[in-house]
Design a protein. Structure first.
Ligand code: NAD
Length: 491
């Protein structure tokens, strides 16, 4: 039997520059999704602990040196955080793979470097920022200052824990704010290190606090109502976003939401299938399909339907599903039992709705030591009815639906016929069509003949029920700063 477990980690809270235990000694456990072995005992933040963390962040904001520090000094410390992360890259990538069940090479090659880059990017970006002047006439001069807002609650999901948390923490810190972070209860490991890494980088105590716990009636909810929190930056499910918006309303906190998605991946008959098929496979099954940007609705023009389905099926069946710690693995398990049950329920729904199963639809054959893992084969359906639940609801697993279409108008209609609007993908060699579709699909990001290519200066976020606000470059800074107008009488 292969041993995947090295030790059970104890994960504490990080408040005001030190690791502390849950004030009521409450803990919960986290399992390796590939085996169900317990891998961590996590201290759960009580209301008193959340209060302690928020008060520490408030004190560090009001009286600490952080927001008054020259931007070059602050940025240098944030860059140092990124360096430490990269020095610990292998350890952190192993943890991420263990906690989430994602293949280690993806964590090592892509996510941890990107997490570090999220910090260096915003440290550098902040150093380039200025303000505006508005000379009215000879008598008055107006100018702007971009000042930090205060204390940010950063609440993140389990699919890309460190990458999504640093995507918020980078601009939050660079602008001079302080933070209370809460990762998802399923995946606390890598994010739990951010406090100690910040401290080692010379960031003052209280600026970066990390608490652990659940959402509703727990740590997450306490953060979103806490009077010391000025803003909530949240990534997660659309339904959770609605709840947070309501609870943040009483104290009028500003909110930034990155929510669910159900991206249309539109393949026209003139597409280069040599590129469209492998990229669509990645878009469908990377991280076991647990990606908000996943191309989970594949709209294929009917004239190439058979050819596309054949190639796509062949490529999906070639994916190696297995142990996330094995470097040859392409796809690991789903993150938790609860999520496995949710994703699996769609197999039944697909059957009831009359979808045609093309591939997958069951547990894969795996070595004995993975028998308890939350595994599902890459699963493909063809469904003619775009209104079917598998075409409308975010499954967030390795389950994709191919929807045939005949004309460009029809493709556009199907693409927009969803409550989500995070992103879309278009495959065509026709330049005019690429632009037409890009203009008319109601989604925050459109990728043409590519997927998940990111320039961190560009806006990222969703239309419709996929979010509120944008992240990236100046768009993140808009959220994390107050713009102030100063008007000087010159005479
Ligand atoms: P989730 O909404 O269940 O949980 C996300 C976080 O919110 C967790 O830390 C959770 O503990 C916390 N939370 C839950 N209820 C809360 C409450 N009432 N108050 C405060 N905090 C609360 O989401 P998830 O299942 O962890 O993640 C999957 C979802 O995230 C999918 O819908 C996916 O599309 C979305 N997502 C979106 C993006 C994006 O950029 N748009 C990126 C990644 C994931």
């Amino acid at each position: 039997m292969k041993q995947t477990l090295t030790k059970v980690r104890e994960i504490k809270l990080f408040i005001n520059g030190e690791y502390v235990e849950s004030s009521e000694n409450k803990t919960f456990t986290v399992k390796n999704p590939a085996t169900q072995e317990v891998i961590a005992t996590v201290h759960e933040a009580t209301k008193a602990d959340v209060d302690r963390a928020c008060r520490a962040a408030r004190a560090a904001f009001e009286s600490g040196p952080w927001r008054m520090m020259p931007v070059s000094e602050r940025s240098a410390k944030i860059r140092r955080m990124a360096e430490i992360m990269m020095e610990r890259r292998e350890e952190i990538a192993r943890m991420e793979a263990l906690d989430v069940g994602k293949p280690y090479p993806i964590a090592y090659e892509r996510e941890i470097p990107r997490a570090a880059y999220n910090l260096t990017f915003f440290a550098d970006f902040m150093e380039q920022q200025g303000g505006e002047t508005f000379p009215m006439d000879e008598e008055y001069l107006n100018y702007t200052r971009y000042e930090p807002v205060g204390v940010a609650a950063l609440i993140t999901p389990w699919n890309l824990p460190l990458m999504l948390t640093t995507w918020k923490l980078g601009p939050c810190l660079a602008a001079g704010n302080t933070a209370v972070i809460k990762p998802a209860e399923h995946t606390p490991m890598t994010v739990s290190l951010l406090g100690e890494i910040a401290k080692e980088a010379g960031i003052p105590d209280g600026v970066v606090n990390v608490i652990q716990g659940f959402g509703a009636n727990s740590a997450g909810a306490y953060m979103t109502t806490h009077p010391d929190v000025d803003m909530v930056s949240f990534t997660g499910e659309t339904t959770t976003g609605k709840t947070i918006m309501k609870s943040a309303a009483d104290s009028l906190k500003r909110v930034s939401f990155e929510l669910g998605g159900k991206a249309a991946n539109i393949v026209f008959e003139d597409a280069n299938l040599e590129k469209a098929v492998p990229t669509s496979i990645t878009a469908a099954f990377m991280n076991s399909g647990q990606v908000c940007l996943a191309g989970s609705r594949i709209l294929v023009q009917r004239s190439i339907l058979d050819a596309f389905v054949e190639k796509f099926k062949e490529a999906a069946n070639a994916l190696k599903v297995g142990d996330p710690q094995d470097s040859k693995t392409n796809m690991g398990p789903l993150v938790s039992d609860e999520h496995y049950q949710k994703v699996s329920s769609y197999l039944e729904i697909a059957k009831e709705e009359g979808a045609t199963l093309v591939a997958g639809g069951k547990r894969p054959e795996l070595p004995g030591y993975l028998k308890d893992g939350y595994y599902l084969e890459p699963t493909i359906y063809v469904q003619e009815n775009p209104q079917a639940r598998i075409c409308q609801e975010e499954i967030f697993g390795p389950v994709v639906t191919i929807i045939p279409f005949d004309t460009e108008e029809e493709a556009l209609e199907i693409a927009n016929d969803t409550e989500y609007g995070l992103n879309a993908v278009v495959w065509t060699d026709n330049l005019q069509r690429a632009h037409r579709i890009s203009h008319h699909v109601r989604a925050g990001t459109i990728w043409v003949n590519c997927w998940f290519v990111r320039d961190l200066r560009a806006p990222f976020g969703g239309m419709k029920k996929s979010g509120i606000g944008r992240e990236g470059g100046k768009f993140s800074l808009e959220f994390f700063t107050e713009s102030k107008n100063i008007c000087i009488a010159l005479k």
